[in-house]
Write a protein that binds this ligand. Sequence first.
Ligand SMILES: [Cu+2]
Length: 202
Amino acid sequence: MSFLITRLPKTAFCQPGLSLLKVHSYSTFRGIKCSSYWIFQPSASRTTPRPSDKVKDQSVKTFKLESNKHPYASKGEAETKVVRQGNKVHVYMTAIRSHLTPDNIEGVKIGDEVYFHVTNLEQDWDVPHGFAVKGAANGELLVMPGETQTLKWIPDRVGISPIYCTDFCSALHQEMSGYVRVSPAGSKVALVGNTGTNLPAE
Ligand SMILES: [Cu+2]
């Protein structure tokens, strides 16, 4: 393996781990013969350990879903649900490319406290998902693969509040959204959560 690097002085590459293999070619610049291309290769062995060497083999890349002991985890879309306890609404939600389940929630009312317990069902190490409620006064979640995190939301207006993934996860990331309909205090709208049951017939 070698690197081809152009038109920069050799001293620019005095980095640990690289050594000069050869000068690839020469050119003339204002009458002066210059080396145009330097080819570097990784040094055969590294004598100075990097600080990162101590942690690189110990980093946690994925949380195994089967080891997730979070009391509000949903380990599959079949486990998702929306549950009312007094004025507290618990949304057991999953995220996987490229949708949230449920992504269509009705029956939340002004005066409620809503807890979104979002489990990322992915088991590929590089696919975190985010979660946020548009207009919420707090921030977003970043949920690593196999992990569950909770976002508390106190709705302050009647109407439709979009929910969405906030971490670019695939080409269909922007599909990863849904909504919560917030009804006035005291209304009798049934609490429901579902995904995709309102799609038009094909
Ligand atoms: Cu996303």
